[in-house]
Design a protein around this ligand. Structure first.
Ligand SMILES: Nc1nc2c(c(=O)[nH]1)N[C@H]1C(S)=C(S)[C@@H](COP(=O)(O)O)O[C@H]1N2
Ligand SMILES: [Mo]
Length: 262
């Protein structure tokens, strides 16, 4: 099928991203057949956030989303990592949050917070496991940001917990390593690039709307990034590894773009 390149107007870079990056990657943008899976299915929210476009402009939206899904991870890193995500007011927060997982909410298996531990491995000086009690005592940061799922919906949520960058310093992680990988109680896996792990709006969340995170939303510990699609935000984290080895993740194995910036 014929694929349209996005017009320059919807392709306006935000927040100081160099236009030449876009120019250089025109070929890449044209080469969007490679990632058929994402065609038109990234969220409306991603488009409106990035471009200010009307979500009813379906043609422009789809062209844009196809282009985004075709970017290589390096280009996305340039576009998405060095900026702060938009934040929102407390009265805009959706309560309760909207559930998603690769199975239905009835099938969530709650994690026992008393027995739970966060296991640490890889390029970390102090690999002692953490209990939930210890993690819940750490200084918190709160973020009110938009959660965007590739299935085409989004909501504004209010998450708090220890900033991942603080936690990484605390455990003596090698922050020159490339990736942090997460294992979850439900066999889900995710990995983050280190720049996103150190981003000032990336936290290990323990609370939603100031209350402890409820079972379906990742109790006792979940990741909350602000510059990534929903699926990068691992819930029910049980283990963290700092590594230089790239690992495919639950969604990237299915063809979704690994970087998944918004
Ligand atoms: N462990 C685990 N984490 C996960 C998922 C999952 O199935 N298992 N689904 C992801 C997806 S696709 C989304 S959109 C968000 C949903 O988070 P929420 O239920 O808090 O809105 O969790 C992400 N993290
Ligand atoms: Mo999602």
């Amino acid at each position: 099928m014929a694929i349209r390149s996005p017009s320059s107007s919807i392709f306006r870079p935000k927040n100081g991203v160099d236009q030449s990056v876009m120019e250089e990657n025109k070929k890449l943008i044209a080469d969007i057949n490679r990632r058929n899976l994402l065609r038109g299915t990234v969220s409306l929210g991603a488009l409106t956030m990035l471009t200010g476009c009307s979500v009813s402009d379906t043609g422009a939206m789809q062209a844009f989303l196809r282009a985004v899904s075709s970017f290589n991870d390096g280009v996305q890193a340039l576009l998405f990592t060095n900026r702060l995500a938009p934040t929102f007011r407390e009265d805009q927060v959706v309560k309760p949050p909207r559930f998603n997982a690769f199975y239905e909410i009835e099938d969530v298996k709650p994690v026992d917070g008393q027995k739970w531990k966060l296991e640490l491995s890889g390029l970390i000086e102090n690999k002692t496991a953490w209990t939930a009690e210890q993690i819940y005592k750490l200084p918190e940061q709160e973020i009110i940001v938009r959660h965007i799922c590739v299935e085409g919906w989004d909501y504004i949520g209010q998450w708090s917990g220890v900033p991942l960058s603080d936690f990484l310093k605390r455990i003596g992680a090698d922050t020159k390593a490339k990736y942090i990988s997460f294992k979850c109680a439900d066999d889900y896996t995710e990995t983050l690039d280190m720049a996103t792990a150190l981003h000032p709006q990336t936290i290990l969340a323990t609370k939603y709307a100031r209350d402890p995170i409820a079972d379906p939303f990742g109790f006792p510990l979940r990741l909350r990034t602000s510059t990534k699609l929903g699926f990068k935000n691992a819930k029910w984290i049980t283990a963290m590894e700092v590594t230089n080895t790239f690992q495919e993740t639950y969604w990237s194995k299915q063809g979704f773009n690994w970087f998944a910036g918004i």
